[in-house]
Design a protein around this ligand. Structure first.
Ligand SMILES: [Zn+2]
Length: 271
């Protein structure tokens, strides 16, 4: 690793004069947002924060160039997880606090001169709140940021990659367990992994790749005795590496594109 800025993607490693020079080059900033919540008997609490941080950093390293750098902030490690609170160890913010924390990280970047900001999400329960956040940032404050959940970049790849039937990919599942085996195998207890499937429904989501028109707020305790929804027993480290690679590749492709989008917010919109 050289000191070339294309290789330095962690914002925390920069000094302020370096950041002042960095923003002159129209960089992309990625803000990974995770969660701290139960992931069954076989996975640790920081899965979502860990995975989104790994994906964000690998994406930045792949997409960053000396001409137009990509940097990553430290991961916002707490998310919106009241639906996991019945399992001890889960640490959550309420929706208002969560929006403020992420919103103020984004606002600080904007104030520092960053104009291409991607909020990269690693927890399904955060998604609606973060979509709402980018709207209020834009319409109330004139601050423009993009939002995406990392898995949404690779839904087609995920469909080809999976070995589980529908219901196998939701939470602490075939996907998350494989990604953990690929990145932190020492924290995965495969001997404790137990599959759990939701009842198939025409109305409610029962798999990451098959939604339904109806949303309902349930505690995970009501849905799963061990906190798992999906098929972690089908997870594999090798396939986790393959999936991670295609996710990072897809997001890096987006970031390169995003880096070229016009910056069109007009002055009167920022009042
Ligand atoms: Zn998770």
């Amino acid at each position: 690793m050289t000191e070339d800025s294309a290789d330095r993607v962690r914002l925390e490693e920069y000094s302020w004069p370096e950041v002042a020079a960095l923003v002159e080059r129209d960089p992309v900033a990625i803000v990974p947002v995770g969660a701290f919540e139960q992931h069954g008997d076989h996975l640790p609490l920081f899965v979502d924060a860990h995975l989104v941080g790994v994906v964000a950093e690998a994406t930045a390293l792949r997409a960053s160039t000396t001409r137009q750098p990509v940097v990553v902030t430290p991961t916002v490690w707490t998310g919106y997880s009241p639906h996991h609170r019945d399992f001890p160890g889960t640490l959550t913010l309420d929706d208002e606090t969560f929006g403020k924390v992420v919103g103020q990280v984004v606002t600080s970047l904007w104030f520092g001169g960053f104009r291409r900001i991607l909020i990269l999400n690693g927890h399904g329960g955060n998604a609606n709140l973060l979509k709402n956040l980018i709207q209020t940032l834009r319409y109330d404050q004139g601050i423009k940021a993009a939002f995406a959940s990392y898995w949404d970049f690779a839904l087609k790849e995920l469909a080809d990659w999976r070995t589980s039937e529908s219901g196998g990919i939701m939470h602490a599942c075939e996907m998350e367990t494989s990604l953990m085996l690929a990145t932190r195998p020492g924290l995965v207890r495969m001997d404790r992994a137990r599959d759990h499937f939701l009842e198939k429904s025409d109305y409610l989501m029962h798999d990451l790749l098959s939604g339904g028109p109806v949303a309902i707020a349930s505690s995970f305790r009501e849905l799963s005795p061990n906190g798992v929804i999906g098929a972690p027993t089908l997870a594999s480290a090798k396939r986790g590496e393959v999936l991670l690679e295609s996710i990072v590749d897809a997001i890096a492709g987006f970031v390169r594109d995003f880096a070229q989008w016009p910056l069109e917010i007009k002055q009167e919109d920022t009042e």
